[in-house]
Design a protein around this ligand. Structure first.
Ligand code: GCW
Length: 682
């Protein structure tokens, strides 16, 4: 059905303009590969399907030289030149890049490799689907080689922090037999140039490594390979002692023990026998109860390099997570979970093998509505890095709230860390540009499920779409990304584009305003659900997501002069800015400073009054999403219209619950009245 969400933004809705114009779009497609499982072959099919669907025009697909009339040629640049001869000028392409030329009679879509050719085909189709017939000729290259998703799928089929049903990969401890959805997911990911998926949860289970499951991984890889998407897996560090059926059972998982080295080498060899192009391993070690090298007094680098050495002969990479922390004690003023990553990893800079990438969450805590950029990006210049973003809205409304995330991600990607007093944007660190690294990029925690919308709500797909675009080009613009996505998803009506653009761009600021502003973090239930307001739960827990609120004061003192010292983990210019209240931006004030509720903000109101005002403002904005959505009734299909309306009405109501919970909490604890008289008993 047109309403089905399975095609995501690859809907290829019929073109409303004049009849098919062959001078604009050639009738013949030449896909320069005859193997049906190759990305170039798939690109030919995709072009055929797309053009048929958009223009109602059937094209023929050829797989070798075809020349009598204009064609759309898709293939690798090498194959093209061997069939059609040299190009007049050779575009500069790196791995996965492509050349798109629509200026001539024929359209050229030429990849540096097969994957690049497929990306180019999707680019061309995206233009056609948006009725963009402007002649173009350009080379497009990725900013970084690592453009991965992480799926937190458990082998029993459940998904940690997944809000769209059960796994498309696993059920009952094994890989599902029908992998149609895995192939469909790969298609969607290829269209946004994602090149690998880590299919199982970072809280991993050793039983993934049974011979049967390794064979199952081979089937997943086979399903995704035609789209140029590779498979990676998360590893449980203590697998050698886990009595994995079909594997040796050791008495130690010490990364320096020769038997352990052998065990992982052997398992890695078994995996590559079934998945010859496996992307690599993702490892969460010594974090949140997971075992790791520290268990044996080995360093995190020794732990990471154990896997790096096993993968090295195959060209695989280890994504080693920086999300390593010990529980902290709130009664000690200087304890702070935020400082731990730099403490663990900075001393190891330079000790990781070349095929290790440290995967760093955007902020030092955990996917909060606002965090400063993780200082770890500034502290390991001799190590490959990737940023970890979260598409699944764990703390941010779990897909029941519209929250368009790129403006949040941009605050980190565009942040200038001023390493050595030089421009050092996070986005240039992860691409390897700033410190001259060849490996790096992005990992997005997506957690798609069997739900027909993939993520649980139609509008949340804009986050996945934009994640892919940012992985390719971390400087891409949130507004143009969401507008392309709207046109592809909901059509070309200008009022639809305007309405959804406005809601999307207002959504993250609104959510921040009603769920915890001024850098206080998302005041949700910290202990378990991470959903709905629970300001009380921020205190007295070992997780360190504290606000240190009492009847007079609020905020975490992360200064060097009087607090946890976190601000000192940034290079000098940034440290100076965050160390001083006068130069700390209001939106991070309570992240860095412990102040009186009566502290004056740069905006000219007190902290407590700003809590009241912004929580009211944020919830008020959420009310407008309903009427804005209603303004496009009839301009999009009824099914998606009503499905999303239901969610927006819910969000509007829940935003009031958020607002009232938080303003009442602070009104009670501080006893300070709201100047506007909205809060408390009157
Ligand atoms: O955000 C927290 C989540 C955990 C998650 C962990 C992590 C997979 O609440 O569910 O575990 O982070 O990123 O490892």
């Amino acid at each position: 059905a047109a309403e089905s969400g399975l095609n995501a933004w690859l809907r290829y809705a019929p073109y409303a303009g004049s009849v098919f114009d062959q001078s604009k779009v050639p009738l013949h497609i030449v896909a320069l590969n005859t193997s049906t499982a190759s990305p170039v072959y798939v690109a030919g099919q995709e072009l055929q399907t797309g053009i048929d669907s958009i223009f109602g025009q059937q094209c023929n697909v050829h797989h070798s030289h075809w020349g009598p009339s204009a064609t759309i040629v898709v293939g690798t640049i090498d194959e093209y030149t061997s069939v059609y001869g040299e190009l007049s000028s050779t575009p500069e392409l790196i791995e996965d890049g492509f050349w798109l030329n629509t200026t001539g009679n024929s359209v050229q879509i030429l990849g540096q490799n097969e994957r690049g050719a497929l990306y180019g085909a999707f680019e061309y189709l995206s233009m056609l689907a948006q009725a963009n017939f402007t002649p173009v000729a350009y080379a497009a290259n990725p900013a970084a080689p690592i453009r991965w998703t992480n799926e937190w799928d458990n082998l029993d089929g459940s998904i940690e922090r997944g809000f769209a049903g059960n796994s498309i990969f696993f059920a009952n401890g094994v890989i599902v037999s029908n992998l149609t959805r895995a192939a469909e997911y790969a298609r969607i990911l290829a269209s946004i140039r994602i090149n690998a998926v880590v299919v199982n949860n970072v809280n991993a289970n050793a039983s993934l490594l049974t011979p049967d499951n390794i064979a199952g991984l081979g089937r997943i890889a086979d399903a995704m390979r035609p789209y140029g998407v590779q498979v990676g897996i998360s590893l449980f560090f203590a697998s050698p002692t886990s009595a994995v059926q079909g594997q040796a059972n050791l008495t130690t998982f010490d990364p320096l023990d020769p038997g352990v080295v052998n065990w992982w080498t052997n398992v890695t060899n078994q995996i590559y026998a079934k998945v010859p192009d496996m992307a690599g391993y993702l490892v969460k070690a010594n974090s949140e109860g997971q075992p790791g090298p520290l268990t044996y007094n080995r360093t995190l680098a020794e732990g990471a390099n154990l896997f790096a050495k096993a993968l090295q002969p195959y060209g695989g990479v280890v994504m080693f997570r920086a999300f390593v922390y010990n529980l902290v004690n709130e009664s000690i003023w200087t304890q702070d979970r935020a400082v731990e990553a730099v403490q663990f990893f900075q001393p190891l800079d330079g000790q990781f093998d070349e095929n290790v990438v440290i995967q760093i969450k955007y902020g030092p805590i955990d996917f909060q509505v606002r965090e400063p950029a993780s200082p770890l990006f500034a502290n390991i210049p001799n190590t490959n890095t990737a940023i970890e973003l979260q598409v699944t809205q764990e703390y941010l409304g779990q897909q029941c709230h519209l929250v368009y995330l790129p403006p949040l991600w941009q605050t980190v990607l565009d942040f200038d860390l001023r390493v050595d007093n030089k421009t050092s944007l996070v986005r240039d660190v992860i691409t390897g540009q700033r410190f001259n690294r060849t490996l790096g990029g992005s990992a997005g925690v997506v957690n798609v499920g069997l739900n027909e919308t993939w993520l649980g709500s139609h509008l949340s797909l804009s986050n996945l779409y934009a994640y892919g675009r940012l992985a390719w080009n971390p400087a891409d613009d949130p507004t143009s990304m969401v507008q392309d996505w709207i046109r592809l998803t909901f059509g070309l009506d200008q009022s639809v584009i305007d309405a959804i653009t406005q809601m999307s761009l207002e959504s993250w600021p609104a959510y921040e305003n009603y769920s915890g502003n001024l850098g206080e973090q998302t005041l949700t239930d910290i202990l378990y659900t991470h959903y709905g307001p629970n300001p009380q739960s921020q205190e007295n827990n070992g997780y360190g997501q504290w606000t240190r609120s009492d009847h007079l004061t609020v905020g975490m003192d992360r200064t060097v002069s009087n607090g946890t010292g976190f601000s000192g983990q940034y290079p000098p210019e940034v440290f100076q800015m965050f160390e001083n209240i006068s130069t700390t931006p209001d939106n991070l004030l309570l992240w860095f400073h412990h102040v009186n509720y009566t502290q004056m903000l740069k905006s000219g109101v007190t902290v407590i009054q700003d809590f009241y005002d912004q929580h009211y403002a944020g919830a008020a904005t959420a009310q407008t999403f309903v009427s804005t959505w209603q303004s496009i009734q009839g301009l999009i299909d009824a099914e998606r219209y009503s499905d999303q309306l239901f969610r927006l009405v819910y969000q509007a109501g829940h935003s009031l619950v958020w607002r009232d919970a938080i303003v009442n909490f602070y009104n009670n604890i501080s006893g300070i009245p709201d100047e506007a008289g909205r809060v408390g008993n009157h």
